[in-house]
Design a protein around this ligand. Structure first.
Ligand SMILES: [Ca+2]
Ligand SMILES: [Ca+2]
Ligand SMILES: [Ca+2]
Ligand SMILES: [Ca+2]
Length: 519
């Protein structure tokens, strides 16, 4: 539900920013959703107080993105002058004498203290939600910029993952969004102050896309997504593209010799491409940050930074790990409303969607009663062009840098999917990462790896070190994903029985539904 509201908000702002750079003072106050008073109040920098200041999206914990702890209301901290660490962010200082009055900038909304678990850097010290406690592995939307600029102009939320090995953790860095940048002449509000190209120029020869821009529609995994550079600047001499993916892309890039899970203009394992058009083919859901550098005929350049949203419908789980190419790790998803064992007689049962029974058109012997999905959203479509549910898109045995994904495009409210990771073949410790999406939104990241001093994902899994086909060896029962609606979910991570925290990893021949785990 909240995703829709968020998109609608972004779209409203985007259209405003893209179409009405000459709008009168204060007209941008509509559409952002309640954090502002009347334009005259806002423009004097006085916020009217109340919790809606700090929660412009209006999400008080019922949404799919929150950690469930909601906002801790400790009273509303005082509004402070200036933008703290963001004081100089995006200030435009090149006046070209266009003669238009761009009006006053939107207030920063910086407060005297941090407000917990709202994804905002309320006190403008450069960190969102420092001091908040959260459930390790959970993911929330966040914005690294003055709170009053969230969702304005070019600005887009990123994601932060709750880090920690105990019962409660703290929020990691806010990654992947678009923060305020210096204003440039492109008909877009780059510094997210409510004014596009203020004091800069009259007629831009290029237009960068804002969130919700019709030129950047929502895409899906395994669908080729085309972006035409000439939509942004006509007659340019050079278009350079750079694409950055989500948690699995970052882990694979760090550990699998620069592997990427997507292709650019048909090329694997590259994050850059040249040419007027970009053909982008993702395999994973999530937000992809694109930087497009355009060189005009006169030698000047324009850089556009925007997000391509790739949204898988329903329930989707992704698995990647730090040693792809040398180890064979399998992804398992258990049939909902059913607690039969995962494996019987050495074979994954029909209650366990796995490599041997769940690939879409190659091997398909599993039927949980879901209708096939129309369209071309799968890697291996059925004869009629649709996708089976559930389905495993890829079974990675030995290919470097390839994730596994299991999908149910059309789950029912109340369905509970248990996700597990099995160490099938190979030797040595492996650090898997599991990402859970509901309705296209990343909801949690479990596991991860520390590489070169950097943390990728959440707390790494330990003790996942012994292979044993289906029946023995290490098995990580990860999480129960309960669908509240067909596109939103509640996550219940699995713990060692009786423990308040930690991953439930066991190396034995127990292939019952629960093993020694509880939630
Ligand atoms: Ca802060
Ligand atoms: Ca905060
Ligand atoms: Ca601006
Ligand atoms: Ca601009």
């Amino acid at each position: 539900m909240r995703l829709l509201r968020w998109c609608a908000t972004i779209m409203t702002v985007g259209v405003l920013a893209a179409c009405s750079e000459d709008r009168p003072l204060g007209s941008s106050d509509t559409g952002i959703g309640g954090q502002d008073g009347p334009a005259t109040v806002e423009d004097t920098g006085i916020n009217t107080g109340g919790p809606d200041i700090v929660d412009p999206l209006g999400d008080s914990g019922t949404s799919g993105f929150d950690s469930g702890t909601g906002i801790v209301d400790t009273g509303v901290p005082a509004v402070v002058d200036g933008g703290g660490i963001y004081d100089d962010v995006g200030r435009s200082d090149v006046a070209t004498g266009c003669g238009t009055d761009a009006g006053a900038p939107r207030p920063t909304g910086c407060l005297g203290a941090e407000i917990m678990n709202n994804g905002l850097d309320d006190n403008c010290n450069g960190t969102a939600d420092e001091g908040s406690s959260c459930i390790p592995g959970s993911v929330q939307r966040c914005f690294l910029g003055p709170p009053g600029r969230r969702g304005v102009g070019a600005c887009v939320d990123g994601m932060q993952t709750c880090q920690g090995s105990g019962e409660f953790g703290t929020w990691g860095a806010c990654m992947g969004g678009i923060s305020p940048r210096a204003e440039v002449c492109d008909r877009l509000d780059n510094n997210c102050d409510g004014r596009a190209d203020e004091d800069l120029c009259c007629n831009s020869t290029g237009t960068c896309p804002a969130p919700g821009d019709m030129r950047i529609p929502t895409g899906g995994p395994f669908r080729t997504y085309t972006v035409r550079g000439s939509q942004f600047v006509m007659g340019a001499t050079r278009y350079r593209w750079r694409v950055l993916g989500g948690p699995c892309d970052q882990l694979l890039s760090a550990t699998s010799r620069g592997a990427t899970t997507y292709t650019l203009n048909g090329m694997m394992n590259t994050t850059t491409a040249e040419g007027e058009n970009l053909q982008f083919r993702p395999t994973l859901s999530g937000d992809y940050q694109v930087t497009l550098t355009i060189t005009r005929a006169d030698g000047t350049t324009l850089e556009c930074v925007f997000i391509i949203p790739i949204r898988a419908t329903g329930f989707r789980a992704e698995l990647c790990w730090d040693r792809t190419g040398m180890t064979d790790i399998d992804f398992w998803v258990h049939r909902p409303r059913n607690t039969a064992p995962w494996v019987s007689g050495g074979t994954n049962t029909g209650d366990n969607c796995a490599y041997n029974n769940c690939r879409n058109s190659i091997i398909r012997s599993i039927n949980w009663g879901y209708a096939a999905t129309p369209g071309m959203d799968c890697r291996e479509p059925l004869a009629g062009g649709g996708c089976n549910n559930p389905r495993l898109d890829i079974d990675n045995i030995s290919t470097v840098g390839v994730p596994e994904n299991i999908n149910v495009d059309n789950p029912r409210a109340g369905d509970d999917f248990r996700v597990a990771v099995n160490y099938f073949g190979g030797t040595g410790a492996v650090r898997p990462m599991v990402n859970i999406y509901c309705g296209g939104a990343l909801r949690a990241t479990y596991g991860g790896a520390d590489v070169g001093g950097m943390r990728y994902g959440a707390e790494p899994v330990t003790g996942f070190n012994t292979s044993g086909s289906n029946s023995t060896g290490s098995l990580w029962r990860v999480v129960d994903v309960v669908m509240d609606t067909p596109s939103t979910c509640t996550l219940n991570p699995l713990r060692p029985r009786g423990a308040p925290s930690g991953y439930c990893v066991a190396t034995n021949n127990d292939r019952t539904f629960d093993g020694n785990c509880s939630r």
